[in-house]
Write a protein that binds this ligand. Structure first.
Ligand SMILES: [Zn+2]
Length: 281
């Protein structure tokens, strides 16, 4: 009996001690109050789980390095979700559940063969840490504002998958180019755009940190594929009726440089920030 009452008495002090200790720790580490709401997987299932894999640099694509570098069959060894384009800038790429779709210049999507090559792509093995439901977002800016809330830090990469029903989606694609390849801005000036009303589908893509400038595009880059996998494109605008958003925090980045003469000889010193905004938004 005596032992028990001592225990109870001692235990009653612990809550106060804990509060004092917590307060001291918070004062010592200013990051305490800004602790990320979501942590990356502490023990990834494989070496690839947290890696964003990219073929080429966005600035090289901007300057017309459109020759395919690796086949799709190799790209899918590096990820099962992502975006990109094809040899000769032949349409927009959507990688969903390990399958690769090509949204052609007419807006129609087809599944591509493993032998087709890509000059630029970004993929990852999608392993989301968090899923939320979203409803009634009137435009892409509104969707981005909601997605922003899921990013615990502006200094990491994030992969997204949004399955939902949309009041409206506007996409674009790009037509296959012939040599000498024109810069991407010249192609996107004439880009075909597509509008979908009351459509079910999936958005996939990435949010990249500001320090990727020159290599990729800081901010959001999403591609759309209809639920029946027959149409889609690079996302320009959307109104989400309701949908499920999954986000995957990515802490590793791997890039394959093109091994062709065109890439070797172009000047990549120049900032193309304005051109990228014009071409991608
Ligand atoms: Zn795109």
């Amino acid at each position: 009996m005596k032992k028990q009452s001592m225990y109870l008495k001692t235990a009653s002090y612990f809550p106060y001690l804990s509060i004092i200790l917590a307060a001291l720790l918070c004062a010592a580490f200013s990051g305490c109050t800004a602790a990320p709401a979501v942590q990356p997987d502490p023990a990834p299932d494989s070496d690839f789980t947290e890696t964003v894999y990219q073929v080429s640099t966005l600035n090289a694509l901007m300057q017309g390095v459109y020759d395919g570098e690796i086949p799709i069959g190799q790209l899918t060894q590096e990820g099962d979700l992502g975006i990109g384009t094809f040899d000769g800038l032949d349409g927009e790429m959507v990688v969903l559940d390990g399958r690769v779709y090509q949204v052609r210049a007419d807006g129609k999507a087809v599944e591509v063969e493993d032998e087709v090559k890509t000059p630029f792509a970004v993929v990852t093995f999608f392993d989301p840490e968090q899923q939320v439901q979203l409803t009634g977002l009137e435009d892409y800016a509104g969707l981005q504002a909601e997605l922003d809330k899921l990013l615990p830090s502006p200094n990491m990469f994030y992969a997204f998958r949004i399955d939902g029903s949309f009041d409206y989606v506007k996409t674009r694609s790009v037509p296959r180019q012939n040599k000498p390849y024109p810069p991407l801005v010249e192609v996107t000036d004439l880009q075909p755009t597509f509008e979908f009303q009351d459509v079910q589908g999936t958005l996939v893509g990435f949010w990249c940190p500001s320090f990727v400038e020159g290599i990729n595009m800081p901010g959001y880059h999403l591609h759309f594929l209809t639920e029946d996998h027959t149409a889609g494109g690079h996302l320009l605008e959307c109104a989400l009726t309701e949908g499920s958003v999954s986000v995957d925090i990515k802490t590793e980045f791997q890039m394959l440089l093109p091994q062709n003469e065109h890439f070797a000889l172009i000047d990549l010193d120049e900032s193309l920030e304005e051109e990228i905004k014009q071409a991608e938004q």
